[in-house]
Design a protein around this ligand. Structure first.
Ligand code: URA
Length: 231
């Protein structure tokens, strides 16, 4: 528990052949938003192996986020992990380095992992809803998360985790396709397809809201007990 700094007290989118998107990033790119294109793209991605998937993400220009990125941030860890942690999207440091959760929030995530005897890279995989940094660390927009979702879907299919931990509201809402609040979503077991999923606070939020660290600790204990029951 001390790893967490706790003391013992306690729209369906409109379909069209081609949509022009103003990126707010100094240029305009064309995205084929037709249902046919999306179907073909999803099907293509869902058949890729790890190497092909990594290359596809590295070369992705499916949404405006690709225009300002320094690096794509694919994910890191054990590709056959039982534990899959999913955050929201890369921040500045992650964009520079190309690895998820390497900034301050990442340090806290490592401590959260340590609190339940886990370690980055060892039976743990970490990734995000979107693989490119949203400008000024804003939340990913619907279209950005949607364009990135086949990559995450394929990562999950390849990893076959026993348990998914959604870190924060953006991850939870996208994975569970809900607008429900994090306080309503945490504390119970959900499913992503047939994979058990638990929601907890995002480490960056916990850095600002120390009072909720004890709730995150409860979530981690719940996750640990859930994993035990799955073995
Ligand atoms: N926040 C996230 O959600 N993901 C990262 O990779 C870093 C910070």
């Amino acid at each position: 528990m001390h790893e967490l700094g706790l003391t013992p007290i306690w729209r369906k989118k409109q379909s069209g052949v081609s949509t022009s998107v103003n990126t707010n990033l100094h240029s305009t790119i064309a995205i084929d938003d037709s249902d046919d294109h999306r179907f073909d793209r999803d099907k293509h991605i869902l058949n890729l192996n790890w190497q092909q998937l990594k290359a596809e993400v590295e070369n992705c220009h499916a949404c405006p986020l690709s225009q300002a990125r320094l690096h794509t941030v694919f994910g890191v860890g054990d590709e056959q992990a039982d534990w899959l942690f999913i955050g929201e999207g890369p921040g500045a440091r992650e964009d520079e380095i190309g690895e998820p959760f390497v900034g301050q929030a990442g340090k806290l995530l490592d401590s959260m992992l340590a609190a339940i005897q886990l370690k980055r890279g060892s039976n743990v995989y970490i990734t995000n809803i979107v693989k490119c940094r949203p400008p000024n660390n804003r939340n990913p927009e619907f279209n950005e998360a949607e364009q990135c979702s086949p990559y995450l879907k394929r990562q999950i299919a390849l990893i076959k985790p026993k348990l998914i931990i959604a870190l924060g509201k953006v991850a939870a809402q996208n994975l569970l396709t809900t607008n429900d609040s994090i306080s309503n979503l945490r504390g119970r077991l959900h499913y992503y397809s047939d994979i058990p999923l638990i929601v907890t606070y995002h480490p960056a939020y916990l850095l600002r809201s120390l009072m909720d660290k004890s709730k995150a600790w409860e979530d981690l204990c719940f996750a640990k007990a859930t994993m035990e029951s799955l073995k």
